[in-house]
Design a protein. Sequence first.
Length: 131
Amino acid sequence: MLNGIIVDGNEYDMVASVKRTAKITQSDASGMMLDKHYHNDIIATYFEYDVDLAVPTGKEYEYTVLYNILTSPVSEHDFILPYNQGWLKLKARVEQVKDEYYKDEIRTDGQDPVRVWRKTRFTIVATEPSR
């Protein structure tokens, strides 16, 4: 069972919060008519998601992989995100990725420290309509 998100076919179990916005897009034919009635010519609904991540201890390298995918210079990614009581699959572009360096965690096995990032948030905007 999915507890996080899927990006380009890879599951990441580290979502803390998801905020979505449905943008109902109108055509250029929309507007005020002579009889003062507003004609609303709807084209489609596009979704935007703001995703906050909580990276669990031990998943720092998985987060590094996800960060590199989200910041790669490509036109869009395939996402599966929470939607109502199920999941929404959409193609979307990443608009921004923010995070904050927290600390280097010293490892007990003598390996190099693990860099810990927090307050990660990214915003995606659908490139195709969902409805």
